[in-house]
Design a protein around this ligand. Structure first.
Ligand code: ATP
Ligand code: MG
Length: 329
């Protein structure tokens, strides 16, 4: 039997090249080696207010995009989190074994709570729900970007605590990070990770950006006052652009140096832009083809939900039995 992979993405904003290079590209690649479940985590999205009609649209749009980047419904399940009630059910059980202190230490929670006067409980609970997504399917491997490493540690801690309190119930999940592209930074500010929820037109390259927009954003990306690429002294903005090109092309570090060392920034950016445009074009074409097929995306989501439901129900039942909760025959 193949080991199971699980990962998720929020239907917030537009998926960008950070999502793609840090996570989605890996999802498509490893789906043939594992029993794979990929999840659109809409319950996570509503930890921040989402305009309801917009959210509904984004879920279907994102499902189409995941199929376009190569998630193959013959090999992977593509599900929407809220269509499987077991996610929320298990999250409650895990909440009850999680010390608040563990959650308050999460850097994403700290950053978000500092930025607002009051903060929703969902933002604090976010990583518990993420642990539930993973443990629900007994996933062994979780391909994510580096920003999720801390949440993955927490998911393991929660699993361990549950297992030691109530007996072996959950598989311990391992984090799977890409070697290049694990943390793509904002083009406008290379000290901040590229995010769907960040504002600013020059921040992220969306997977559906037009070629001229991709070129413009890369040509305007923040670099430094040096004239040309010096691998002995790469500033964060330059390193980020080179990382983006390397991740798209899957170059070894030595190859990136041969390609870019000594190039003037303008020429380096032109080259990076052409790489991004040429790699995104086939994805965009496939996306247009998929969404033109009426009903196809929803059909994949429904079939996938049917396929994973028994796995989820089995784990919830095990967890309930372990805790002594009521489990009618
Ligand atoms: P949001 O701002 O709404 O949180 P996001 O861009 O962080 O959006 P998520 O849906 O939270 O996207 O994450 C989806 C996947 O993409 C996760 O595996 C995450 O680790 C990865 N990811 C997100 N941003 C980056 C990035 N800048 N570089 C590499 N991977 C990333
Ligand atoms: Mg995020």
């Amino acid at each position: 039997m193949k080991a199971r992979v699980l990962s998720g993405i929020q239907p917030t904003g537009s998926p960008h090249i950070g999502n793609y290079l840090g996570a989605l590209k890996n999802w498509a690649k490893i789906q043939y080696d594992y029993d794979s479940i990929y999840c659109i985590v809409d319950l996570h999205a509503v930890t921040a207010y989402q305009e309801p009609d917009e959210l509904r649209g984004k879920i279907e749009e994102l499902a189409g995009m995941l199929l376009a980047i190569g998630i193959d419904p013959k090999h992977s399940a593509l599900i929407v989190q809220s269509s499987i009630p077991c996610h929320a059910e298990l999250a409650w059980m895990l909440t009850c074994v999680t010390p608040v202190g563990w959650l308050e230490r999460m850097t994403q929670y700290k950053a978000k709570s500092l930025a607002q006067e009051t903060i929703g409980d969902g933002v604090l609970q976010y990583p518990v729900l993420m642990a539930a997504d993973i443990l629900l399917y007994q996933a062994a491997v979780v391909p994510v970007g580096d920003d999720q490493s801390q949440h993955m540690e927490l998911a393991r801690d929660i699993a361990q605590r549950f297992n030691s309190l109530y007996g072996d119930t959950f598989v311990m999940p391992a984090t799977h990070l890409p070697t290049v592209g694990a943390r793509v930074m904002g083009l406008d500010d290379p000290t901040k990770k590229m995010s769907k929820s960040a504002s600013g037109t020059g921040h992220a390259i969306s997977l559906l950006d037009k070629p001229e927009d991709i070129r413009r954003k890369i040509m305007r990306a923040t670099t430094d006052s040096q004239p040309s690429v010096d691998f002995g002294n790469l500033s964060p903005g330059v390193a980020n652009l080179i990382e983006i090109a390397s991740a798209f092309e899957e170059w070894a570090p030595a190859r990136a140096q041969t390609e870019f060392h000594g190039l003037r920034y303008g020429d380096m950016k032109k080259r990076v832009a052409e790489i991004a445009v040429s790699r995104l074009e086939p994805i965009q074409e496939e996306y247009r083809r998929i969404v033109a097929e009426k009903g196809y995306v929803n059909q994949v989501l429904e079939k996938s939900a049917e396929h994973v439901m028994p796995i989820a129900q089995d784990t919830v039942r095990k967890a309930k039995e372990a805790m002594g909760l009521y489990t009618p025959l």
